[in-house]
Write a protein that binds this ligand. Structure first.
Ligand SMILES: Cc1ncc(COP(=O)(O)O)c(C=O)c1O
Length: 403
């Protein structure tokens, strides 16, 4: 007999997923409503309304694609891109390359420009590339969790707007944790995630897009066989499940059936967004910045060095250089198994070289920061790392006392 489910209680300090808000978990145990129940449609409408403030947009459309953030990214790409379209992707970490991969699979002619990991693009470099390549769409990541870097988007977005280039942004790791302005930065379509700064479990991807994108989707809309044989389209979107034109029709006033909506995730997302509205966006950003500074203060006091350009550092992720000769994975295992603390490793050329410590949503709290610092100090020492002992938590406590 398989035992009753019992998951350990963790302190999750990765760049996602992070600890879920307790209120969100309670909301998820609300009884199921049918997908055509007017009461359920009203909850979906609440989600649309609640999404606009944190996206900082007046767009008509804000909805959630079922699936992880990648589902929202893929839905955005395959809804807009048609075979042969030119797409420019400036990549400064793993998730930039993911965008190039999605665009390639959608049939785009993709040009990737690269930036050393740990830094961001000078907006002028991107603008010059747009002038040279003349793409239909530019895709950029706002917060690159693989390197802990956050790209300035405003100048690039406004250039795109003036020059009729569509601008898509992956705001998965910054949404509700750092300032992200859909409208003011000229973003045509933005995609977020639930399991990061929103502290809702993984499983939905909030998306917002403007009229320009809506027009493209509408021009490709095809009603499914089985509903009608009449609405066929030569330019139909190749994915059925991730067809934003159909998903929009399901979220819209006609509620034309597409998939069976994830009832419990709608409850969860709605509650997570209600918490964001209660806290206020500016307060939420300030909270993330405060705990980021406390963590950095403690790490520095321990004698650890941080990875990447500090002037473009994400407030929601801190990347730490693993001291020479130390087995980073052994330290992570001790953290997890003895302290219940999870931090992340990294990818590609940074694998084994840095740890990534998240500072997101409900996990962005004083007790998590202090517990992580103490646990990290003990685990590094246990594995023979040479660091200053007894300093980290004291420095962070002093910081909290003064801030
Ligand atoms: C910046 C960024 N983009 C996209 C993703 C993909 O999100 P998901 O794993 O929810 O599909 C992640 C996940 O870590 C991410 O950090």
């Amino acid at each position: 007999m398989v035992k009753e489910l019992q998951a350990s209680i963790r302190t999750i300090m990765t760049p996602g997923p992070v600890e879920a808000e307790p209120r969100v978990l309670r909301a998820m145990s609300t009884p199921i409503l049918g997908q055509y129940d007017p009461e359920f449609f009203a909850l979906m409408q609440d989600v649309t309304d609640l999404l606009k403030m944190p996206f900082q947009t007046d767009n008509e459309w804000a909805l959630a694609v079922d699936g992880t953030a990648r589902a929202g990214l893929e839905a955005a790409v395959c809804g807009i891109i048609e075979h042969g379209d030119k797409v420019l992707v400036p990549a400064f970490g793993r998730f930039g390359y993911l965008m190039a991969e999605l665009a390639q699979r959608a049939g785009a002619q993709v040009k990737i420009i690269e930036q050393e990991w740990g830094t961001i693009f000078d907006p002028k470099t991107v603008i010059d590339e747009i002038k040279a390549y003349n793409p239909k769409m530019l895709i950029m990541v706002h917060g690159e969790t693989s390197t802990g870097q956050m790209q300035d988007l405003k100048e690039i977005g406004l250039f795109c707007k003036e020059n009729d280039v569509l601008f898509m942004v992956d705001a998965v790791a910054t949404f509700t944790g750092a300032d992200f302005q859909t409208d003011a930065w000229g973003v045509d379509i933005a995609v977020a995630g639930t399991q990061k700064c929103l502290s809702v479990p993984t499983g939905m991807a909030p998306v917002t897009y403007n009229d320009k994108v809506e027009k493209i989707l509408a021009s490709r809309y095809q009603v499914e066989l089985g509903l009608t044989k009449d609405v066929r389209n030569d330019r139909f979107i190749s994915s059925n499940y991730l067809d934003l034109s159909q998903i929009q029709q399901y979220w819209g006033p006609k509620h034309i059936n597409h998939h069976t909506e994830m009832t419990s995730m709608i409850y969860a997302l709605r509650e997570g967004l209600r918490i964001v509205h209660e806290e206020g966006l500016e307060n939420r950003f300030a909270r993330h910045r405060k705990h980021e500074k406390a963590m950095m203060t403690g790490l520095n006091a321990m004698g650890l060095t941080l990875f990447g350009d500090m002037s473009s550092k994400m407030p929601t992720v801190t990347c730490v250089n693993i001291p020479e000769g130390l087995d980073g994975e052994a330290v992570r295992a001790t953290l997890l198994h003895h302290y219940g603390v999870e931090i992340a490793s990294s990818f590609g050329s940074l694998a084994g070289k840095i740890w990534r410590i998240g500072n997101m949503g409900f996990s962005s709290r004083k007790e998590n920061v202090l517990h992580t610092l103490n646990a990290l100090e003990a685990s590094i020492t246990f594995h023979g790392g040479k660091i200053a002992k007894g300093e980290a938590a004291q420095a962070a406590l002093k910081f909290y006392n003064e801030n």
